[in-house]
Structures are given as C-alpha cells and as structure tokens.
Design a protein around this ligand. Structure first.
Ligand code: NAD
Length: 271
C-alpha cells in the first residue's frame, strides 16, 4: 500500500478551525505531505494571521488564511468560494471548528443549545453544502467531519457536546453512502484526547496522557487516506465505540458513566 502521505500530495484542502489545535496540525501535516495548498478558515483573526504567516514561511505561498465564522452560512459559502478560486479546486474539506461546551443541563437555555448546534453541527452542514457543487464538478473529493469520542460515550455535564457531536456523526455516516457513487468520500473522525486550547475553557487542563495535536493529526490523516468510515484516534475512543451501545456491556458502561457524573458533580473533571 502507498504511504498515507501520498494521498495528500498536490491536493487543495480546507480546514475550518484551522488556526489552532487539531485543525492547525492537520493543515501543517498536510503541507509536510506536499499538499498543493491548505486554507485555514477561522474566526480568530489574530491566530489566523500568525499561523498563516508562519506556515507560509515554511511552505511559501501554500497557506491561505480566510476569516470565517462557521455559524454563518454566508461566511462559509464565501470562504469556500475564495478557497476554490485560489486553489483552482477543493479536494479535501475538514469540518473541524468546534467547542467543548461543558455545563449543567439545568443552567443551559434554549439559546445556548441553538448556539451549540450552530457551531458543532450546522457549521459542518454549511461546509458540506458549499463544497458539494465544487466536488461534483471536479468529479470527486473528500469531506471529513471531526466529531468526538463523546458521540459514543455521552457524558454528564456535556449534554450539548454529546448531542451535537452525535448528530454530526449521524449526518456524516448517512451521507457517506449517498455520495459514495459520485466519488465523494465522507468520513467521521474522532481526534482522541488531545492537548489543545479546548481544555482551557472553564480553566481545565488536558488530562494526563493527552496526545499532541500533531500525533492526532497523523492518525486522522492516515485513516482518511485509507477512506475509513470512522477514524478513531485513541484507545479510549476505540473502546467507547465498541462498548457504549453493546448490550453485553450495558452494566459496566452504566457504572463507568455514573462514576464520571458523580466525580464531576463533586468538582473533579474526569473523562
Ligand atoms: N482536543 C480534544 O481533546 C478533542 C477531542 C475530541 C474532539 N475534538 C474536536 O476537535 C475539533 C478541534 O478542537 P481543538 O481541540 O483543536 O480546539 P481548539 O480550541 O484548539 O481549536 C478550535 C478552533 O476552532 C475555531 N472556531 C471556534 N468557533 C469557530 C467559529 N464559529 N468559526 C470558525 N472557527 C471557529 C477556534 O478559533 C479555534 O481555532 C473540535 O471540533 C473539537 O470538538 C477535540
């Protein structure tokens, strides 16, 4: 089999949430795999400018930063239009922008839920809608939605995160077979537990043993190159996906998730 890196050679890729963490590592790793162009799409202009400039110093002319708030469909359409204009095509779209969204259900309003879905679900949906005509015209492409292990292991005090990522996984995996015969690949990917800024929200720290964004990106990119349906990027996500809905493990899963809920209620944030 060819090295996974060959899949990215000469490709034009777009990564939402590309100015930080896993998205940035996906972009940088694809450039190291000789991608033709990588577009970082993000609403954090400071990080976007700094990281696009840094990547362009290492890979001259190959990184483009485009401001985009993925919760605004018009922004996403315009970003995809500019990316296609600049790269001549879009081979790969990573819908990666997202947030962890912790908190007690009792304290969450309908407005909070709408914002959660706007970012973690509709952001990806808008990306898919915007890129499909381009991929159809060029007779192929690959769309990857970054979900989370929580889609298979829904945890207390993360109801919005669990629901939005499970919904995104459902959309992604169903769409995979609608688009398969058009040579448009669709993949869901969990990054595993990764040390990024996402943990800092609410003053948390990444758990011990968290992998680096670069390690996670390499695993995701290898699975995507193999056209896996579901890329699982650490052992925790593998066992979550295997066990969570397995009736034979129901009692053990209950014990585990109840322990997480109780620990979190007492102030200890375990995963
Ligand atoms: N870090 C982990 O352990 C972990 C685990 C599972 C899943 N994930 C998922 O991985 C993805 C990337 O997260 P990360 O850990 O790299 O976090 P991060 O905070 O480092 O990166 C998220 C990026 O998304 C951008 N973003 C947020 N809202 C946006 C919006 N409305 N429009 C455009 N950009 C926006 C941020 O500016 C940031 O650059 C997320 O979807 C997250 O849910 C992360």
């Amino acid at each position: 089999m060819n090295a996974p890196s060959e899949y990215y050679q000469d490709k034009v890729a777009v990564v939402t949430g590309g100015a930080s963490g896993i998205g940035l590592a996906l972009a940088e790793t694809m450039l190291s795999y000789r991608a033709k162009q990588v577009v970082l799409a993000d609403f954090n202009d400071e990080n976007l400018k700094r990281e696009a400039e840094r990547l362009n110093r290492a890979y001259p002319g190959k990184a483009l930063g485009i401001h985009c708030d993925v919760t605004k469909e018009e922004d996403v359409r315009e970003m995809i239009r500019k990316a296609a204009e600049s790269g001549g095509r879009i081979d790969i779209l990573f819908n990666n922008a997202g947030a962890g969204l912790g908190g007690l259900f009792d304290k969450e309003t309908n407005e909070d839920w709408e914002k959660a879905f706007a970012l973690n679900f509709y952001g990806a949906l808008y990306g898919i809608r915007a890129v499909l005509p381009i991929m159809r015209k060029q007779c192929g492409g690959h769309i990857i939605d970054i979900i989370s292990g929580i889609a298979f292991m829904p945890m207390a005090q993360q109801t919005m995160y669990s629901a939005t990522k499970a919904a995104l996984n459902g959309l992604t995996l169903a769409l995979r077979y609608e688009l398969w015969d058009e040579n448009i690949r669709v993949t869901s990917a969990t990054p595993g537990v990764v040390a990024t800024a996402i943990w800092k929200v609410g003053g948390k720290e990444p758990p011990p043993g968290a992998q680096s964004p670069e390690q996670s990106a390499q695993t995701i990119l290898a699975g995507v190159a193999r056209n896996e349906r579901l890329v699982l990027s650490d052992q925790g996500d593998v066992s979550g996906a295997k066990n969570c809905f397995n009736p034979d493990f129901a009692a053990g899963v209950d014990d585990y998730l109840l322990n997480v809920a109780r620990k979190r209620r007492s102030g200890e944030w375990i995963v």
